[in-house]
Design a protein around this ligand. Structure first.
Ligand code: ADP
Ligand code: MG
Length: 731
C-alpha cells in the first residue's frame, strides 16, 4: 500500500477550519494600520514635507534629498513604534514575485565597538545597493559590474511585514537600465498620463492629470498541505504533470458561486483582515468554476499601487494558506481538464476632474470624449495585439490560453452590441456630411443613448481576452501567477503612443482648417475602419475564429518563445523607445530573461516528469503486473489448462496493457532525455527556448497519456500519488 498517499488522505480529511482572530472594531478602524499612508504621514511628518511628497507624486518630479531625510526620520519613528527592527527595499525583479534584503536599524552610535542606536537615514530610504548579480538581467549586468540599485518609489507607501519595514522600490542596473517590472511601468504610466491629458484638453482645458486604474481579479486553487506534500510535481513545478481526470469535476457547474467550504472561508476571512491592515480594499470573494478554485478581488485603484498590492496579496495568501494547512496554487493550469487560473486586469483611465474616460457621459461632448478613448484603445490593441499577447505569455499561461475555459491565444476586443452600433454609425456617416455643430448635435442621437442602454450591458462575452465591460476594459488573458505590471506596461504604453498619434492628426487637421469636431469625427471614422479587424464579439474558442483571425492578420502564434519575438519587432522597439519606457538594449536583455526562464521551467518539468515516471510509476505498475502474473500461474496450478486459459483471459489482457504503457513511458522518457541533451548544447537563448518548446515539450502529453492509463488499471491501494479526486475534492 502506498503509505504516503493514504496517510495524507487521512490527515486531510480530518482537518477542521482554523479559526483566526477577528480584529477588534470595523475594518475602517484597522484599515491601513501597517501602511505609512497619508494618515500616518500626517502624524509623523511636517505639513511642508507632506506637501513636497504629494506634489512629487502628482507631478512625477524627483524628491529633494533633504526631504528624504525628513521622511526617513518620520518613517523610522512610526516603524519602531509598530515594533519593526529591520527595513528592506522591496522590489520586483524579473522573476515573478518580489525580493527583499533585510537590514536592521542598528548602528554604532559613535566609534565602532561602542553603543548602538537605531538609525535610518534619508540615504538608506532613498537608495540601496543589493548584490544584484544573482537576479536575472539578460546580460545587462556583467559580473564585474554586478551592482544594481534599488531606489525608493514614493508613490507606493511603505508597509510593515512582521518586524520589517518594507519600502517599495525600483531596481535598476549600475548603468541605469531597468532590471525590474516597476521601472517601465512607472514610465508607461507617466507616458499615458501626458498623452491622455493632451487629448482630454480637446474637450476640457481644465484637465491636468490622467490616472491609469487597475482592478485585478485573482484566481487561485487551494490544496490540502498533506496531499500537496505527496505530489512532488506540485511541489517542484506548481502543477500536476500527471493524473487521470476525476469522474466528477466541474461538469455539474456546482462549485461556481456555491457556498464556500468552511476551511476555505476561514482562510478567506483571514486574508481579508490582513489585506485591510495593509490598506488593500478586498471586495469580492467567491468559488470559481473548478473544484477547489476560488477568486478574490479588491476595489480598483491607481495602477502602480494596485500592482504592488496584488504582489503583496499573493504573498499574504501564501503565508496564510500555510496556517490553514493549505497550499496556495497560483499556477495558471495546475490541473489538466478543468479550468485554469487567470488574473483579469480591469483597466481604465480617469481624469483629475473625476471623469472616467471609458464611462459613457451624460452630454454629447462627454460621449464624444468617451468614444475617442474607446476607439484609440481599439487602435492601440489592434496595432499591438502581438505585443500584448507577449506581455501575458509564459510557460505556465500557455497551458491556459487556448484551452476551452480561457481566453484564446489570439487577442481580440469584445465591445458589445451597443458600442459596436455607435461605432458603426460613426463609420457610416459619410465623408461629405458636413460636420457642423448641428451635425454634432445629431450625433447625440446615437451617442447620447449610450448611458441608458449600457445600464443593461449584460451581454458579457467570457471568451474574449479583452472585453469592454461598461466603464472599463478587462484584459483577461493575464495569468494568475504573473506580475500585472507586465501587461499594464504594454497596454498603457501602447495606448499612450496611440493617443500621441491621434492628437497629432487632430492638430494637423485643425491647422489645415478643419473644425475641431470635424477633425475628430474624420479621424475616428478612419480609425474605426482601420481597426475593425480587432473587433470580435463571437465565440473565441471556435475553430472558425482561429481561421478568421488568421485571415484578418492577427497574431495567431502559439509557441511561447516565438510570441516573445513581438517585443523586438521594429514597431515595438519604436513604441517603447519613442515614449521612453524601455530602450532597445533593455528589450533585448529582458527577452533573454524570458527565453531563459521558459527553458528552465520546461527543463524542470521534464526532469520531474522523467523522475516520477521512472521512480514512482513504472515500479508500481511492474509490481501490480507481477501480482497479476502470479495469479495467472497459480490458477494454472489449480485448474485444467483449458479452464485456466479462460479464467486468465482478462488478467493476461491487463498484463499486456500494462506492458504496453510501461514501454510507452520508458521509450518516451528516454527520447525526451535525448531531446533535452540536444537542446542543452544550444548556446543561443532564443534557439534553446524554441528547441525546448518544439522538441522537449511534446513528450509531456504522450508520457502523461500512458501514466494516466496506468492509473486506471493499477490497484488503487498501490497508486503512489494523490489522485485528482483527492486533490480537488478534499477541503
Ligand atoms: P466581474 O467578475 O463581474 O468582472 P468583479 O467585481 O469581480 O467583476 O471585479 C471587477 C474589478 O473591476 C474590481 O476590481 C473593480 O473594482 C474593477 N473595476 C470596476 N470599475 C473599474 C474601472 N472603471 N476601472 C478599473 N477597474 C474597475
Ligand atoms: Mg471581471
Amino acid at each position: 500500500m502506498s503509505t504516503l498517499r493514504f496517510s495524507a488522505i487521512v490527515e486531510a480529511s480530518k482537518r477542521l477550519p482554523v479559526m483566526g482572530e477577528t480584529p477588534k472594531g470595523q475594518p475602517s478602524d484597522y484599515y491601513g494600520k501597517y501602511v505609512f499612508n497619508r494618515r500616518q504621514m500626517a502624524k509623523y511628518l511636517s505639513k511642508d514635507t507632506i506637501k513636497v511628497i504629494v506634489d512629487a507624486i502628482d507631478e512625477g518630479v524627483t524628491l529633494p534629498r533633504e526631504i528624504a531625510e525628513h521622511v526617513a526620520a518620520g518613517m523610522k519613528m512610526w516603524a519602531m513604534e509598530m515594533g519593526a527592527t529591520h527595513y528592506t527595499h522591496w522590489f520586483q525583479p524579473l522573476t515573478d514575485g518580489t525580493a527583499e534584503k533585510h537590514d536592521s536599524f542598528i548602528d554604532y552610535a559613535g566609534a565602532p565597538g561602542g553603543d548602538i542606536i537605531e538609525k535610518f537615514s534619508g540615504k538608506l530610504l532613498a537608495q540601496q545597493e543589493p548584490d544584484a548579480s544573482s537576479f536575472p538581467s539578460g546580460g545587462i549586468r556583467n559580473t564585474f559590474e554586478a551592482r544594481g540599485y534599488t531606489a525608493w518609489d514614493p508613490s507606493s507607501p511603505a508597509f510593515i511585514v512582521d518586524d520589517t519595514l518594507c519600502i517599495p522600490t525600483v531596481f535598476i542596473s549600475y548603468t541605469g537600465e531597468a532590471l525590474d517590472y516597476k521601472t517601465p511601468l512607472l514610465k508607461a504610466l507617466s507616458a499615458v498620463d501626458k498623452a491622455a491629458v493632451e487629448v482630454c484638453r480637446l474637450f476640457d482645458p481644465k484637465v491636468k492629470k490622467v490616472y491609469s486604474y487597475l482592478g485585478w481579479e485573482q484566481e487561485y486553487f487551494l490544496v490540502d498541505q498533506a496531499l500537496y506534500d505527496a505530489r512532488p510535481d506540485l511541489h517542484l513545478t506548481g502543477r500536476t504533470l500527471m493524473g487521470h481526470e476525476s469522474a466528477k469535476n466541474q461538469q455539474l457547474e456546482d462549485h461556481y458561486f456555491g457556498s464556500i467550504p468552511p476551511r476555505v472561508a476561514a482562510f478567506m476571512r483571514e486574508v481579508e483582515f490582513e489585506a485591510y491592515k495593509y490598506g488593500i480594499p478586498l471586495k469580492t470573494r467567491h468559488n470559481e468554476v473548478a473544484p477547489n478554485q476560488f477568486e478574490l478581488a479588491p476595489v480598483f485603484g491607481e495602477t502602480n499601487l494596485s500592482v504592488d498590492q496584488n504582489l503583496l496579496v499573493m504573498s499574504l495568501m501564501d503565508r496564510i494558506a500555510a496556517k490553514h494547512h493549505f497550499r496556495l496554487l497560483l499556477h495558471e493550469k495546475p490541473f489538466a481538464g478543468i479550468n485554469g487560473s487567470g488574473k483579469h486586469n480591469n483597466w481604465s483611465l480617469g481624469t483629475d476632474t473625476g471623469v472616467g474616460l471609458f464611462t459613457p457621459g451624460k452630454t454629447p461632448r462627454e460621449n464624444l470624449q468617451f468614444i475617442v478613448f474607446v476607439v484609440n484603445t481599439l487602435m492601440a490593441v489592434y496595432k499591438n495585439n502581438g505585443l500584448l499577447k507577449a506581455s501575458i505569455m509564459s510557460a505556465q499561461n500557455a497551458h491556459r490560453l487556448g484551452a476551452n475555459e480561457a481566453p484564446p491565444a489570439i487577442i481580440s476586443v469584445f465591445l458589445g452590441t451597443q458600442i459596436s452600433a455607435v461605432l458603426d454609425k460613426i463609420e457610416e456617416s459619410s465623408e461629405d456630411d458636413e460636420i457642423s455643430v448641428d451635425e454634432f448635435q445629431k450625433m447625440k442621437l446615437g451617442v447620447a443613448h449610450i448611458p441608458e442602454v449600457l445600464i443593461d450591458n449584460t451581454d458579457r462575452n467570457r471568451t474574449s481576452p479583452f472585453a469592454f465591460t461598461g466603464n472599463r476594459f478587462e484584459f483577461r488573458a493575464v495569468g494568475s501567477s504573473a506580475n500585472c505590471a507586465s501587461a499594464m506596461t504594454a497596454l498603457n504604453a501602447a495606448v499612450a503612443m496611440q493617443l500621441i498619434e491621434f492628437k497629432k492628426e487632430i492638430d494637423e487637421k485643425m491647422k489645415s482648417g478643419m473644425k475641431k469636431e470635424e477633425a475628430i469625427y474624420d479621424t475616428l471614422r478612419h480609425y474605426i475602419k482601420a481597426c475593425k479587424y480587432i473587433r470580435f464579439d463571437g465565440n473565441g474558442y471556435s475553430d472558425e475564429w482561429k481561421a478568421e483571425a488568421k485571415r484578418r492578420g492577427l497574431d495567431c502564434e502559439t509557441s511561447v518563445p516565438l510570441i516573445y519575438d513581438n517585443y523586438l519587432s521594429k514597431q515595438s522597439v519604436e513604441l517603447f523607445e519613442t515614449i521612453g519606457v524601455l530602450s532597445e538594449r533593455e528589450l533585448h536583455a529582458r527577452n533573454e530573461v524570458k527565453w531563459e526562464t521558459y527553458t528552465k521551467k520546461i527543463q524542470i518539468e521534464a526532469r520531474v516528469l522523467g523522475d516520477l515516471s521512472i521512480n514512482h510509476i513504472i515500479p508500481v505498475a511492474t509490481k501490480y503486473q507481477t501480482m497479476l502474473l502470479d495469479n495467472v500461474y497459480k490458477l494454472r496450478g489449480v485448474f485444467s489448462e483449458k479452464e485456466a486459459e479462460e479464467l486468465n483471459k482478462d488478467d493476461i489482457a491487463l498484463i499486456v496493457d500494462i506492458a504496453k504503457h510501461i514501454s510507452g513511458i520508458k521509450t518516451n522518457v528516454d527520447a525526451m532525455v535525448e531531446a533535452r541533451k540536444v537542446a542543452n548544447k544550444i548556446e543561443n537563448v532564443r534557439e534553446k527556448a524554441i528547441a525546448y518548446h518544439d522538441t522537449v515539450l511534446p513528450y509531456f502529453d504522450v508520457i502523461r497519456y500512458h501514466i494516466d492509463k496506468l492509473e486506471l488499471i493499477v490497484d488503487n491501494q498501490m497508486w503512489p500519488l494523490p489522485k485528482y479526486r483527492e486533490l480537488l475534492f478534499i477541503s
